[in-house]
Structure formats: C-alpha cells, structure tokens
Design a binder for this molecule. Structure first.
Ligand code: NDP
Length: 288
C-alpha cells in the first residue's frame, strides 16, 4: 500500500518538496505519495491531527509552523529539542505519539561538506537571523567547529539564541572535525558588525521573500568568503550585495542544496533509506 506524506505550510504553493520526494521515491523504489497542504494560520494542529487520522506517515513543516510543530510533538530528537523548532514529523495511526525532528541544520552542513567542499572547523561564520531556520542550524554549525556570530534585527533574539544552554554538546559523528575546536558563539545586532570579516556569511532571514536586504555593513566578506542564502529559486538582494562586495560568483549560492539535503534526512527518518542528493539537486538546477 502506498504510504502518504505531505508538506504543511502557509503559503505552500511554491514548495519544491513534493517534486524532491517524488524523485527520492523513484530513485529508491519506495512506494509513497507526497503532497503540499495549505494549513490555515490558526489551524496547524488540527491539520496534523486530521492527517494522522487519515493514516499519513509523516510530514515536513515549513514557514510559519515550525515552532508550533515543536510544541505539538510528543517526542523530540536531540536536535529538535535544542532548536525548539521542528521541520519533520513522524506520525502513527495507532497511537498519539508524534515524533518531531529538525533536519534543517544537518541539511545545511551536508550541503557545505559534500556539495560545496566548505570546511567549517575554525571558520568565522556570520549567521543572519534568529528565527526558525537559524535556530535549527546553530548547533550543527557549532558541532563542525565554526566560530559563530549570530546577528539579528531584533538583537536580543540573537543573544538569546546564542546563549541556548546545550550549545555544542559533543556529537561523536563530528569528533574528528572537532579535534582542533576553538569555536565560540555570540549574538548581536547588525550595528556591532562594523570592521569585522567572516569566511562564511549565511542569510537565514526571510528578507529574500520580500526582496529586502539585511542591514550588513560593507567589507564583511573575508577574501575567498562564501555567501550563502537559505532562500532558493531567485537571486536575492543579499546575493547581489555579495557580488558587488567582490565575492566571486562561484562562492555565492542559494539554499537549493540545503533544501534537498534536509529533505533527504527527512526521507531517511521516515523510510530508513538514504537517497542520493546530487542528481536531484542537478535536476532542480536545470529547471531554474
Ligand atoms: P522566521 O520568520 O522564523 O524568521 C525570520 C528572520 O528574518 C527573523 O530573524 C527576522 O528578524 C529576520 N528578518 C525579517 N525581515 C527582516 C529585515 N527586513 N531585515 C533584517 N532581518 C529581517 O523565518 P525562518 O527562519 O523559518 O525562514 C527564514 C528563511 O529561510 C526563509 O526565507 C525560508 O524560506 C528559508 N529557509 C530555507 C530552507 C532551505 O532548505 N533552503 C530551510 C528553512 C528555511 P526579527 O527577529 O527581528 O523579526
């Protein structure tokens, strides 16, 4: 019997997740369906409960429901617990157990490591934003040994995120990467970034959606820096800014690789099979 999965968000029409999971299913021979579901802004929990009662096996959660998904989960992965944000739910028809995980951070780190060849150990990383996406990626970046500065429009949110207690709990998976770890974490406002340089600058704000630019000072990119926007499918003002600031074109990237990598982690959680991501990223890039 075909197992049913979905992505829930608002808006949701733009989502590439159904296409990605269809490609994963074809590649691995898994018999699943996967659809995009628009939940009313005040009806996220009811939507999940309905899907659960209809026998859905799991769902991905996107903007703006990741914090609500965290609260709805009755069991959490370590990663979701730290992030206080959930993008993957595993559902059971026979019980009320809702397992919540967060694959965003692993997705980003896997994109850095396996697709972009970026070493994060001791890299100076600027993470812009302190919302659902940023909180999911801080810990996995830290586990890679990055020296992280979180900057946010509401500076206090960046400071709170930077002081999350279980930060950089050792993860055996990354022990070799952390041998020479001297990483650190701090949160601040954009006005505190003047005269600083970073090796990796990540835009995890939602500014790309509204064609805005986070208020970055000039000169923020170190020589050879990588500029990474989590937004995908278009050239954002941040990506244009990076180019104008002298970042080379092949060091400026959108979040398509992360999208596919986080989806692969979700697929693995649900199906126990890890799909290949390279052909899926290539197929989606060809459509752009
Ligand atoms: P949230 O709404 O939770 O957070 C938005 C963040 O953007 C906040 O930190 C907010 O700051 C900041 N922000 C909004 N407008 C501005 C502005 N004009 N100037 C500066 N900062 C601003 O969103 P998410 O964290 O869930 O998502 C962020 C982005 O990441 C989205 O574009 C989403 O599509 C993308 N994403 C991509 C993924 C991928 O796989 N590629 C996965 C997950 C997310 P403040 O706190 O001050 O309001």
């Amino acid at each position: 019997m075909t197992d049913k999965y979905a992505v829930i968000g608002n808006p949701i029409a733009h989502s590439k997740s159904p296409q990605i999971h269809k490609m994963f299913a074809e590649q691995t021979g898994q018999d699943i369906s996967y659809e995009a579901i628009l939940a009313p802004l005040d009806g996220f929990a009811a939507t999940v409960k309905l899907l659960q009662s209809e026998g859905y096996k799991g769902c991905n959660i996107t903007v703006p429901f990741k914090f609500e998904a965290f609260k709805l989960s009755t069991q959490l992965s370590h990663q979701a617990d730290i992030a206080q944000s959930v993008n993957t739910l595993k559902l059971n028809f026979d019980s009320d157990v809702i397992f919540g995980d967060n694959t965003d951070g692993t997705g980003l780190v896997n994109d850095f490591r396996f697709n972009l060849g970026v070493t994060l150990n001791n890299a100076r990383v600027l993470l812009m934003g302190a919302g659902g996406a940023a909180s999911g990626i801080v810990q996995p970046l830290g586990q890679q040994g990055a020296i992280i500065t979180i900057a946010n429009r509401t500076a206090d949110k960046a400071r709170v995120l930077a002081s999350t207690p279980p930060f950089i709990k050792p993860n055996p998976q990354y022990d070799s990467a952390r041998k020479n770890y001297t990483g650190s974490l701090r949160g601040c406002g954009y006005d505190e970034l003047t005269n600083q340089q970073f090796d990796v600058v990540i835009n995890a704000t939602s500014t790309g959606l509204s064609d805005e630019m986070p208020p970055l000072p000039p000169g923020i990119f170190a020589p050879g820096a990588l500029a990474y926007d989590l937004m995908y499918g278009r050239e954002t003002p941040f990506m244009k800014f990076a180019l104008a600031q002298g970042v080379s074109k092949d060091r400026i990237t959108d979040g398509l690789g992360m999208l596919v990598e986080q989806a692969a982690e979700s697929f693995f959680i649900w199906r126990g099979v890890r799909p290949k991501t390279t052909p899926v990223i290539a197929a989606l890039r060809n459509q752009q």
